[in-house]
Design a protein around this ligand. Structure first.
Ligand code: ADP
Length: 483
């Protein structure tokens, strides 16, 4: 129980309040009896008309020499039994000290105190000024003698004061305890709720959210917790979606292989080369799917090894175009390249960039009908069609005259396993991972990839790469990355 934050806070509040009230009471008590004695002494001085007498003496003589006569004249009048609180407030004689304007003692009624040449700081606190013609010409200090006992009435007054102080202390302590508990509970309740939500999240309930309440620090922590919980939930949903997608993608070729093998075994299909080729093609699709998945996972995890050098983009484009020339001729599609002259080099892994570009080209050729055109355009990235207005980038666009992509599909084209027409794309050997991999490759180079399309008028896939200021090192492309 004592380890709970609210209990510790409440105890701390109570301790601080009680201690401060006790200190105040102790201090007030000490001061009160001293100030009360001063008050009694000053009241008697007033009754003896001492200040007006001293004022008159100084006004007449212009010096304090011989002032003892004033004190001698009042000695017989003794204040005994004439205190301000009525008769019997004090029973001892007064100690009187007079100092000049420079605080030098010129008269002391008791020899012990008279030996001090100047008034102390404490004396000055109690001193009554003697003012003549608007100028302070001296100070009178009056106090009860140290051993003077206070009368019963005065003692009763002080006892009452002490009692009031103790009651005030107890009341303040009790209020401190109540306030301490209320404030500490207010502070720790949101923390408790946050801890409970964290426990439930840890036990697998990813929908848990903590209420955002309490002091700024605690509500900030709750907001951070909620953001973390939301991203964990999102990641979990993405993981489940991915697993479901992978299972779905693997199941189709496996079903085809299984069905065909069963048919061969049962003698439904003849054991001929064509049948075995179909099965073999499905295994190719399977291994490609697995290879693509591995590549995408590595790229997303930032674990793909990139051999970055200064690369001439025009050279990569020329090589990719050459790679697809035969396919374009076969499909009767015109393949153009259009590179801005003197393009600066980019800092990239040439093989990986060729891989991304080849994927775009392969798609463009696949979707462009006979008689259409596919253009590869490279320029500095200030064209309005490129999303990046950064002039330190180069933008490469692959523009086709195919069917294009409907606006509602545009946000999904880079998603894993997304295909406008699943069956058809798979039949053509597509895994639905090509664009996701290409985009991830470009992202890991510090670039970006996007698409613009108008249905019926073709599609424009573009990507940007950062320009480097080092000169190009000629590097042969690795043919294994061609699409
Ligand atoms: P796949 O390997 O199945 O082609 P991609 O990730 O490369 O997978 O492409 C995903 C989907 O995006 C394709 O199935 C297709 O529907 C669409 N797509 C890609 N490129 C084009 C294009 N140039 N024109 C029209 N649709 C395209």
């Amino acid at each position: 129980m004592i380890r709970r934050l609210w209990v510790q806070l409440a105890l701390a509040f109570t301790l601080v309040t009680t201690l401060s009230v006790l200190m105040t009471a102790l201090f007030t008590n000490t001061r009160a009896s001293a100030d009360f004695r001063t008050f009694l002494a000053q009241s008697q001085v007033q009754q003896l008309d001492l200040i007006p007498r001293l004022t008159e003496y100084y006004a007449t003589h212009r010096t304090w020499n011989g002032v003892e006569t004033v004190f001698a004249s009042i000695r017989g009048m003794g204040p005994r039994g004439m205190g301000p609180g009525g008769p019997g407030m004090m029973r001892g004689p007064l100690e009187l000290m007079l100092a000049d304007a420079e605080e030098r003692v010129v008269y002391a009624s008791v020899s012990g105190s008279g030996s001090a040449p100047r008034l102390s700081h404490d004396d000055m606190r109690q001193a009554m000024p003697v003012v003549v013609d608007g100028t302070t010409v001296g100070y009178l200090v009056a106090r009860l003698q140290r051993d003077t006992a206070l009368s019963a009435a005065a003692q009763h007054f002080l006892a009452q004061l002490n009692q009031t102080l103790i009651q005030a202390g107890l009341l303040a302590g009790a209020i401190g305890l109540i306030l301490g508990v209320i404030i500490a509970r207010g502070l720790t309740a949101p923390l408790d709720r946050l801890a409970r939500a964290a426990h439930r999240l840890a036990s697998g309930d990813l929908t848990q959210r903590a209420p955002v309440a309490g002091p700024v620090e605690v509500s900030d922590a709750a907001e951070a917790f909620n953001a973390m919980a939301a991203s964990l939930e999102e990641a979990e949903q993405a993981r489940r979606r991915l697993l479901a997608d992978i299972a779905h993608e693997l199941r189709t070729p496996l079903t085809v292989i299984q069905g065909n093998l069963r048919a061969l075994l049962d003698g439904v299909f003849p054991l001929e080369k064509d049948e075995i080729t179909t099965i073999y093609d499905e295994t190719l699709l399977l291994s490609r799917l697995v290879a693509d998945l591995r590549e995408l996972t590595l790229a997303e995890a930032g674990q793909l090894r990139l051999n970055r050098t200064a690369v001439d983009v025009s050279a990569i484009i020329a090589q990719s175009a050459a790679l697809f020339t035969a396919q374009a001729l076969e499909k009767q599609v015109t393949l153009h390249t259009d590179c801005e002259p003197r393009l600066p080099p980019v800092l990239a892994d040439a093989d990986r960039i060729a891989q991304a570009l080849n994927n775009l080209l392969s798609n463009a050729l696949r979707y462009t009908p006979e008689g259409g055109t596919v253009r590869i355009v490279a320029a500095r990235a200030h064209q309005p069609s490129c999303a990046s207005p950064d002039t330190d980038m180069i933008c490469i666009r692959v523009i086709d005259t195919g069917p294009g992509i409907p606006p509602e599909d545009l946000p999904h084209v880079f998603d894993r396993f997304w295909r406008a027409d699943r069956g058809r794309a798979r039949a053509q050997g597509g895994t639905g991972l090509g664009l996701a991999i290409a985009r991830q490759l470009v992202l890991s180079h510090g670039g970006s990839m996007g698409v613009e399309s108008e249905p019926g008028k073709g599609a424009c896939f573009w990507f940007t790469l950062p320009v480097t200021h080092t000169s190009v090192t000629s590097q042969p492309l690795d043919a294994s990355y061609s699409w």
